[in-house]
Design a protein around this ligand. Structure first.
Ligand code: FE2
Length: 251
């Protein structure tokens, strides 16, 4: 090999060696970057696990608080003992069975909680009015009609899900606009409240009250059909067709 060619070859080798060294440094930098990213992801995963645990703990506390609050209402109004749980049973079965309503799985515990709390505003109504065995006066009825607003104002600071707020505030709205507190009509009433209206009505009729014995399911349904102006027609048809799957108090 000539002297010139030897110099060229050596230069070429030196250039390759520099390129390889540069690539090695790049790869080392990339490895460090990947390792740093892995550490960041691991830290994020850890934070998410902690957050998830906190959410679960908070949900459990909210759940137990909801049950406690519903028990408090029942203490003041023994005639509605079990009412919140019965309504919960109906509405949860209703949304589970009526798939076109398209409530997500995550909303089921929220709906259950809404049922436990829907009459929370009764805490603000006197026991004399709640447990009165005779017909209510106009003034007393106005007090009763105030319980959805009282309940809504009570739970508002807790920033509960909108479903819970709607169920509490609107569960006495009638489909034809004759309900309370706002006299909303038709689809202006939130869907969840239209379902609650049916479940609440049915359970009220099939429960003992200060002024009457519990009605048999057939009799309750007959009365509800007479009062069908209160209910969303499609939801009410579904309720009638599927009542045996919605509540144990249907036979
Ligand atoms: Fe109510």
């Amino acid at each position: 090999m000539s002297k010139n060619n030897e110099i060229k070859l050596n230069n070429e080798i030196a250039r390759y060696q520099r390129t390889i060294a540069t690539q090695k440094r790049t790869i080392a930098t990339q490895k460090r970057t990947i390792a740093a990213q892995k550490r960041t992801i691991a830290a994020q995963k850890e934070r998410m696990a902690i957050e998830k645990k906190k959410v679960i703990e908070i949900s459990e506390v909210v759940e137990r608080t909801s049950i406690l609050l519903s028990r408090v209402i029942e203490l003041r109004d023994p005639y509605t003992k079990g009412h919140s749980e019965h309504v919960a049973e109906i509405v949860v079965n209703f949304v589970n069975l009526n798939s076109p309503l398209n409530f997500s799985k995550e909303k089921i515990p929220v709906i259950y909680r809404a049922a436990l709390l829907h009459d929370i505003g009764k805490i603000g109504i006197t026991e004399q009015v709640l447990n009165k065995p005779t017909k209510l006066t106009e003034a007393e009825f106005i007090m009763i009609k105030y319980h959805p607003i009282l309940g809504y104002n009570l739970i508002k600071p807790l920033l509960f899900d909108e479903l819970i707020r709607d169920a509490i505030l609107y569960h006495h709205e009638n489909f034809d606009g004759s309900g309370y507190p706002q006299g909303l009509k038709g689809d202006n009433i939130p869907l969840i409240a239209r379902i609650f209206r049916i479940a609440d009505y049915y359970d009220a009729l099939t429960s003992s009250r200060p002024y009457r014995e519990a009605l048999k399911p057939d009799e309750a349904l007959r009365i509800m059909k007479e009062q069908s102006n209160c209910f969303d027609p499609e939801l009410f048809s579904f309720f009638i067709e599927n009542i045996r799957y919605l509540t144990r108090r249907s036979t």
